[in-house]
Design a protein around this ligand. Structure first.
Ligand SMILES: Cc1cc2nc3c(=O)[nH]c(=O)nc-3n(C[C@H](O)[C@H](O)[C@H](O)COP(=O)(O)OP(=O)(O)OC[C@H]3O[C@@H](n4cnc5c(N)ncnc54)[C@H](O)[C@@H]3O)c2cc1C
Length: 356
């Protein structure tokens, strides 16, 4: 696949079978410099412009792994008789020479402009890792934000033994925002009925024998309601990430303090006839939310290393932009995917404008 994409970037069409084989054995015989910071396979999958990337990388680092790969493919292509005309000018054509070189000069400028703007959006944690690795920095710690959630199971005693309502929407049935005192910000509440999951998912959380658990699932599930509370997060010195010397990312997140809100929500639902107990509430342990942010915080005037400006431009660089949640200064309590998309589109628009 790699040989094909490089061949296409060089000559505009797929590589012949023989070139594939020779390319693979050339890489095996003389392993090239490690591809240190970017996953080439993934870039190909994402449809990156390899020619633009190679040119931009060559300008910053002459012997980089992508240039080496392009060079191997050029060697293989040049020795093929059918490519003779591509590399050697057999007869005098100086006007064509001038014209073609001028066109390629313009094309190279375009490709350089395209490749010179690197937009990093590899996911908040991966983006932070790529930036730290690019700086060979195994010392700096960067802020880590992680979505904070708790789940409260409730039972409506009058619905025990009722038939399961099949017409109920199985995703969140109700969403509400709580903005009370002594909370770091608005808290999101989602209410789910118990009919959206397989009984087997939670069957063995009932404290009965196996057959008793199956009966509990059948008669208790219609009476169950699950309330999920999502809290916002902001940088604190205890929660951070760091690149270890072996290139693994170390994530440190102090356990989250219990919130006073659970007992308040239990009280509110008790008034509606639902029973629950604080001891049955479960909080997600850090690292389990699948929603992360922080690390390369966006600020109006970046002064420190590893900060980004309002356009996502990474401090200390002229052409590296961060377009995912790594540049979020806070993690909202609600799902942040749409905010992330809007932010990425805004940054991409800006980068597009800088290219003219
Ligand atoms: C099970 C699950 C359920 C979720 N449910 C919700 C939900 O209901 N609502 C919600 O808002 N959010 C949800 N999320 C969170 C949401 O999926 C993430 O916040 C969001 O996908 C992050 O988007 P991103 O583009 O920043 O990163 P990603 O979606 O992770 O995309 C990053 C891309 O970069 C690529 N990449 C990484 N490293 C490299 C590299 N070195 N070189 C080249 N490419 C690289 C990756 O392969 C990937 O394609 C859920 C997450 C999970 C796991």
């Amino acid at each position: 696949m790699e040989a094909n994409h490089i061949h296409r970037a060089l000559f505009g069409h797929d590589a012949p079978e023989e070139v594939h084989r020779q390319y693979a054995s050339a890489l095996e015989a003389a392993p090239l410099a490690d591809w240190p910071r970017i996953n080439l396979e993934r870039l190909i999958e994402l449809g990156a412009d390899l020619e633009a990337l190679e040119l931009a990388l060559r300008r910053s680092r002459r012997r980089n792994a992508l240039t080496q790969r392009f060079q191997v493919l050029c060697y293989l292509a040049e020795v093929r008789p059918d490519n003779f005309g591509r590399f050697v000018n057999g007869r005098c054509r100086w006007p064509a020479g001038w014209l073609i070189l001028s066109l390629h000069l313009l094309r190279s400028l375009y490709k350089l402009g395209k490749g010179r703007r690197l937009i990093l959006a590899a996911g908040a944690l991966n983006t932070a890792k790529i930036v730290l690795r690019s700086n060979d920095d195994h010392v700096t710690t960067l802020p880590l934000l992680d979505s904070n959630r708790s789940s409260i199971p409730l039972v409506d005693p009058w619905s025990i033994g009722a038939a399961l309502a099949r017409s109920v929407y199985s995703a969140a049935m109700l969403r509400a925002v709580y903005a009370g005192e002594k909370l770091p910000g608005p808290v999101h509440m989602a209410v789910y009925a118990g009919n959206g999951t397989l009984c087997s998912d939670y069957l063995f959380d009932f404290p009965l024998s196996a057959r008793g658990n199956i009966a509990a699932a059948k008669y208790l599930t219609p009476a169950l309601l699950l309330v999920q509370l999502s809290y916002p997060d902001a940088p604190t010195p205890t929660n951070h990430l760091r690149l270890l010397p072996d290139d693994r990312l170390e994530l440190r997140y102090a356990s989250k303090p219990a919130s006073p809100l659970e007992s308040h929500v239990l009280g509110l639902f008790r008034e509606l006839g639902y029973l629950g107990a604080l001891g049955l509430c479960r909080c997600l342990t850090p690292g389990n939310s699948c929603r992360y942010a922080g690390a390369l915080l966006m600020t109006a005037t970046p002064v420190r290393r590893y900060q980004t400006d309002r356009h996502g431009l990474l401090s200390g660089t002229h052409d590296v932009y961060v377009a995912d949640a790594a540049n979020f200064t806070v993690l909202p309590s609600t799902s942040h995917s749409f905010t992330m998309m809007a932010n990425a589109m805004r940054i991409a628009d800006h980068v597009g404008r800088t290219l003219g």
